[in-house]
Design a protein around this ligand. Structure first.
Ligand code: NAD
Length: 255
């Protein structure tokens, strides 16, 4: 039997690398999936690329409460409830020392990566509770458990995302809702190319070589490798897992 048979899932950041891989993986395992993103054109293309009637989309900005409340309601109205929520949308922000980091960029990173994750929890949890429970996966990062030069906004936001995940796991347990984080190291998506440019301006190959060399496996991960961990946490196979921080990082945080 498919691992997510009869389940309804929402994936935010669904037009991006990891979100699309997760959405595709969930559909392949029997779920009906609502992809959510603020980039309408990319979202449409992503949903179509899955090539299944089990995938649909809603354009929304995760920093806006009315948008988040609406996309949760869309999933409930369209599919009858909510079982799985991949709270995944995120931005990198600037790659600059704290002394040079633009203040408005710091606020923007926290708005998406912290307020957005919190709003997702706030509106998804009641819908899941009405269904008798569910599974929430927050996409954090290795930056959620360690520091990284030049990434103060991102690192602060991902540590906060892990904290929110832990509180939601405590509050969700009596409702049957499990909440965990996946914590990737650099993954082959648009976001990592921004990071390469930030650490080696105009020399992306050098940036990539440097980032890949920092992991014991000496490479980036793929979006599909993250999606497989998300699938495990989404499915009932992880029924005793909640409040956990799950690395998918080629050994990066073992160093
Ligand atoms: P990506 O840039 O390919 O995808 C991110 C998606 O989020 C984009 O489609 C973007 O439009 C969407 N988004 C951004 N702000 C939004 C908002 N306010 N409302 C709705 N949608 C919004 O990057 P990705 O690598 O797929 O990132 C997914 C998650 O994985 C992020 O939380 C990111 O921080 C995390 N992550 C990525 C890496 C990596 O190396 N790629 C590593 C660790 C963690």
């Amino acid at each position: 039997m498919a691992r997510l048979a009869n389940k309804v899932a929402i994936v935010t950041g669904g037009a991006g690398g990891i979100g699309l891989a997760a959405a595709r993986c969930f559909v392949n395992e029997g779920a009906r999936v609502l992809l959510v993103d603020r980039d309408e054109a990319a979202l449409l293309a992503a949903t179509r690329s899955i090539g299944s009637e089990a995938a649909s989309h809603a354009v929304a900005d995760v920093t806006r409460p009315e948008d988040v409340e609406r996309f949760v309601q869309v999933a409930v109205d369209r599919y009858g409830g909510l079982d799985v929520f991949a709270n995944n949308a995120g931005i990198l922000g600037a790659v600059k020392p704290i002394t040079e980091y633009p203040i408005d960029m710091f606020d923007a990173v926290l708005a998406v990566n912290v307020r957005g994750v919190w709003l997702g929890l706030k509106y998804a949890m009641p819908a899941m509770a009405r269904r008798g429970g569910g599974s929430i996966i927050v996409t954090a990062s290795t930056a959620g458990v360690r520091g990284s030069l030049g990434l103060s906004g991102y690192v602060a936001s991902k540590h906060a995302a892990v904290g929110l995940m832990r509180v939601a796991a405590l509050e969700g347990a009596p409702l049957g809702i499990r909440v965990n984080s996946v914590n990737p190291s650099p993954i082959e998506t648009a976001m990592v190319h921004q990071l390469e440019e930030g650490i080696a301006p105009g020399a992306p190959a050098e940036g990539k070589a440097l980032l890949a060399s920092r992991s014991p496996l000496k490479r980036y991960g793929t979006p599909e490798e993250v999606a497989k961990l998300m699938l495990f946490l989404a499915s009932d196979e992880s029924s005793f897992c909640t409040g956990g921080v799950y690395m998918v990082d080629g050994g990066r945080t073992a160093m």
